[in-house]
Design a protein around this ligand. Structure first.
Ligand SMILES: CC(=O)N[C@H]1[C@@H](OP(=O)(O)OP(=O)(O)OC[C@H]2O[C@@H](n3ccc(=O)[nH]c3=O)[C@H](O)[C@@H]2O)O[C@H](CO)[C@@H](O)[C@@H]1O[C@H](C)C(=O)N[C@@H](C)C(=O)N[C@H](CCC(=O)O)C(=O)O
Ligand SMILES: Nc1ncnc2c1ncn2[C@@H]1O[C@H](COP(=O)(O)OP(=O)(O)OP(=O)(O)O)[C@@H](O)[C@H]1O
Length: 495
């Protein structure tokens, strides 16, 4: 595509560029000078860590055919330079134009909320595939198109990656997690959603959004990106869900709600939580659907209920949805159970908020744990205001807990340990202790627990450790398998 066509399709006036430069061929777009290929357009972004404008010259040396940015100096440069007002926002428009509006090939499903985005996205993909339909998925675990998985560096990919994946995807549907960071950084700018889902809102990311109202307002923006005939699906069992439904109703949007109260389009009327939770979802007094899950927890009934409501509107048969839910295998690192005969049971989970912790620890009890032991920490440099609530909750719902390291994100270990000491003294209810090395914390609880007990390890899920620990393992799952193997071998030797 030449520069003239690209600018025209992105609503940028081509006349801003010298006429003899307008025919230059653009081979790709990048915002990272380190990945630039000859012939690419380089877009400079003023980031949180660095100013991309610093790399304009490096990009030209690497072969950039043109550059763009908010602080560019056109007259000084040997290649065309496009003046932008908002680099991230206009990068999305340029990407959409470059890849030829690829979202038009797909039915787009966006999921937002604090907890449950990944699980609900995986459920939707699983059900669509069971119904014989193909579905791409973009989210925190990985990105998936045309039957293949690709590494993801963000929950919501940036606009260049998103549009490139949508362009390459031949799948009929595309389901994506839409994070509040993704919305505020214009990663989904210009995407029109056919379906948008809201799971819930809990205190998180207030280091970035400052107040819950601001966080809610950003998440709500997803629903302003619904297409003309787009439909919204909302879990109303929270004040934020109710508020969103009310706002969208006032705006005349087509909304479908799920929750416990009558008046919801799908009502959670009865449920049973255990290893295999079950529920009845009522459309009317006399018309209900029975669902049973192979993943534990009331929160997963909520994820399944919202997915059920949305898939029904997408035209998938109710029988197919129920059957698919029964076989849903779960998501790596979410309520993932590790069980070895004669040993305590482990559950690895990705809980990062009080509400997620609440569901996770309750789930362990509902699955029959005699005692629940909890191991967790806090990510360095992330929302600090949620930490005391999470410690209080753990001390209320567990029999004992260990505070340990999560990702340090550049914060010195000593600083995190001091913070843990303070929080523990103030809110720990004398139920906890601190063991900085994560693998040693898991080992400590394993030695302490008995056969009927559950050890719940939260925070990292399936993600690899960012730092080396004492035991030879690079994730919570590997640490657990190492401990289970060692204990089983010792037991065999003792026989
Ligand atoms: C704080 C934050 O959100 N940062 C995001 C942001 O990066 P940034 O602004 O910090 O980038 P930067 O390092 O300052 O660089 C600025 C520019 O210079 C360029 N550069 C830099 C160096 C160089 O040599 N050459 C060069 O061109 C960079 O490519 C970039 O374009 O823009 C990047 C591209 O989109 C994101 O990958 C990055 O996410 C980081 C990795 C991150 O951790 N973000 C988290 C907070 C996040 O977004 N999380 C949500 C999920 C939250 C949830 O769980 O609900 C998510 O969607 O992932
Ligand atoms: N509907 C829900 N309500 C409350 N907690 C939930 C819900 N669904 C999942 N959880 C909890 O939140 C954790 C994260 O779930 P999931 O990865 O599906 O959410 P997410 O929104 O993608 O989270 P993140 O943005 O942190 O990746 C789970 O491990 C579980 O403990």
């Amino acid at each position: 595509m030449n520069l003239h066509q690209l600018l025209l399709s992105s609503s940028i006036k081509p006349e801003s560029i010298r006429k003899d430069w307008q025919g230059i061929e653009i081979t790709g777009i990048t915002s990272d000078s380190r990945n630039l290929k000859p012939g690419n357009l380089f877009i400079a972004i003023s980031g949180y860590q660095q100013d991309g404008h610093k790399y304009i010259e490096a990009a030209i040396r690497a072969g950039a055919a043109a550059v763009a940015g908010e602080k560019a100096e056109p007259e000084r440069l040997p290649v065309p330079c496009i003046q932008l007002v908002d680099s991230r926002k206009q990068m999305a428009q340029l990407a959409i134009a470059f890849y030829g509006e690829p979202q038009k090939k797909h039915k787009m499903i966006g999921i937002t909320g604090t907890n449950g985005k990944t699980t609900t996205a995986f459920m939707i993909k699983h059900i669509l595939e069971t119904a014989g339909l193909s579905c791409s998925l973009f989210g925190s675990i990985a990105n998936y198109i045309n039957g293949k998985w690709y590494r993801a560096s963000n929950t919501t990919p940036d606009s260049l990656q998103l549009q490139e994946l949508l362009h390459r995807s031949n799948d009929e549907y595309a389901v994506m997690e839409v994070s509040s960071h993704g919305i505020s950084q214009h990663r989904v700018e210009g995407v029109e959603f056919d379906y948008a889902l809201f799971t819930n809102l809990d205190q998180d990311h207030l280091d970035y959004h400052h107040t819950m109202e601001e966080y809610f307002a950003v998440k709500s923006k997803l629903f302003q990106q619904l297409s003309h005939s787009g439909k919204a699906f909302i879990n109303t069992d929270s004040v934020w869900g109710e508020k969103l439904a009310e706002n969208l109703r006032t705006e005349g949007k087509e909304i479908y709600t799920f929750g416990e109260n009558t008046g919801n389009n799908l009502r959670l009327s009865e449920w049973k939580t255990s290893k295999f939770p079950a529920a009845i979802l009522n459309e009317t007094e006399n018309r209900g659907h029975f669902i049973q899950l192979a993943v534990p927890g009331l929160h997963n009934i909520y994820n399944a209920g919202l997915a059920f409501l949305a898939l029904k509107e997408m035209g998938v048969e109710e029988r197919v949805i129920s059957e698919a839910l029964m076989k849903f295998p779960g998501v790596p690192g979410r309520n993932e159970v590790y069980k070895e005969a004669g040993q305590p049971t482990f559950m690895v989970d990705y809980a990062h908020t009080s509400e997620a912790l609440y569901h996770c620890l309750k789930t362990a009890r509902e699955c029959g744990a005699e005692k629940v032991y909890h191991i967790f920490g806090f990510r360095g440099g992330r929302d600090e205001s949620k930490r005391c609530e999470m410690i209080k909750l753990s001390s209320d719902l567990s029999d004992a807990y260990v505070l340990t390291q999560d990702d340090l994100n550049g914060v010195p270990e000593k600083e995190i340990l001091n913070e843990l000491e303070k929080l523990q003294t103030a809110f720990g209810n004398e139920k906890g202790r601190i063991i900085s090395d994560r693998t040693m914390a898991i080992q400590h609880m394993f030695m302490h627990a008995s056969q009927g007990d559950w050890i719940v390890v939260t925070g990292k899920g399936a993600e690899p450790y960012q730092q080396a620990f004492e035991l030879p393992a690079s994730s919570d799952g590997e640490t657990i398998r190492y401990l289970q193997r060692t204990a089983a071998a010792q037991a065999k030797k003792a026989e």
